[in-house]
Design a protein around this ligand. Structure first.
Ligand SMILES: Nc1ncnc2c1ncn2[C@@H]1O[C@H](COP(=O)(O)OP(=O)(O)O)[C@@H](O)[C@H]1O
Ligand SMILES: [Mg+2]
Length: 324
């Protein structure tokens, strides 16, 4: 039996209308997304700015109606049973939270009361979350005094008050320093290990790789690849060899593309990029071939495929560049 799907979408689309009769400036932010997220996973939505991540997340969280297609979240259709979906999800917006005057504890209690808990229950739940997110010491300080990482953790806590089965996190670590980011990853893993399904968006390759059980790569509103990080990287069999050339890159690409050990050759960021079966065997062969044609590389770099190579292969662009 295949595991239970906690999120399932079919042909999901969202068009933002343009202006005037010819609809100038209309944007198809989500252009036909089919997704299946299994319960108990950390599922990542990886893509550059403007790819359609937030729009998709808002549709799944019932905050925005789709233009077409269907989505089921926690067993209910977002269009027909939005109130049932809302009971079962938490949603933490991108760099959200503008409150500064209230304390962390107050924010959590208010949230609990909004979900119909008694004052006593909301207080107990607030303490539980403060302990779990290691915010007890700061619980009674105003949020304005919190560090960026603490504020993000509190936001996640606020999304967890009503014990959702699915938690949506929009770019939970954007703008955090590496230490606070690693800390946040630990918290997100703890949520998963406690049985919460987590759907997060990110434009950080390292984050998608290190944190997500499965991920979908989205570009221009379309899913271009889906799988576990290792599956996706394995799709790009072999190694990646980049070569700096002082001179005619096209000539080098042509030469290399003709070699049996080269699966694919192309140009990326001014460097010749080869996908080869075995990198360590390819390097001496490449050097020999270049030398016999009077060519010398300025740089050479061999690496295992990364998620950026997956993105590059699917879209022709580097996510590292697009995200910058
Ligand atoms: N409310 C809106 N009105 C018009 N266009 C929008 C709106 N929200 C998002 N867009 C556009 O939709 C596209 C996808 O945006 P978004 O979902 O925010 O991407 P991401 O979260 O991946 O950066 C972008 O081109 C963006 O400008
Ligand atoms: Mg976004």
């Amino acid at each position: 039996m295949s595991p239970e799907a906690i999120i399932e979408t079919a042909g999901l689309r969202r068009v933002f209308k343009g202006h005037g009769r010819d609809q100038r400036g209309a944007v198809e932010a989500v252009a036909g997304v089919d997704l299946r997220v299994e319960a108990g996973d950390i599922f990542g939505f990886l893509g550059p700015n403007g790819a359609g991540k937030t729009t998709t997340l808002r549709i799944l969280a019932t905050l925005l109606p789709p233009t077409a297609g269907t989505a089921r979240v926690a067993g209910f259709d977002v269009a027909h049973k939005p109130e049932e979906v809302r009971k079962r999800i938490g949603y933490v917006a991108q760099a959200g939270g503008s409150y500064r005057e209230s304390t962390g504890r107050e924010e959590l209690v208010i949230q609990g009361r909004l979900f119909g808990m008694s004052k006593a229950d909301a207080g107990r739940r607030a303490q539980e979350i403060l302990d779990a997110l290691d915010l007890s010491d700061a619980a009674d300080r105003t949020c304005g005094t919190y560090s960026g990482g603490m504020r993000r953790r509190l936001n996640i806590g606020i999304g967890m008050v009503h014990r959702p089965v699915v938690l949506f996190l929009d770019e939970p670590t954007t703008g955090l320093d590496p230490q606070a980011r690693a800390r946040m990853w630990d918290e997100i893993r703890k949520l998963r290990d406690g049985g919460t399904s987590v759907f997060l968006t990110t434009h950080y390759l390292e984050e998608a790789d290190a944190l997500c059980d499965r991920l979908a790569i989205i570009d221009h509103g379309r899913i271009v690849a889906e799988g576990s990080p290792s599956q996706l990287k394995r799709e790009i069999a072999g190694d990646v060899l980049t070569i700096g050339v002082d001179g005619d890159c096209d000539r080098v690409i042509e030469l290399m593309a003709a070699q049996s050990f080269v699966r694919e050759a192309g140009l990326e960021d001014g460097l010749v990029r080869l996908y080869v079966d075995k990198g360590d065997e390819a390097v001496p062969s490449v050097l020999r071939i270049l030398d016999s044609h009077g060519l010398a590389p300025t740089t050479m770099n061999l690496h295992r495929p990364s998620l950026d190579d997956v993105f590059l292969k699917k879209t022709g662009r580097s996510l590292r560049e697009s995200a910058a």
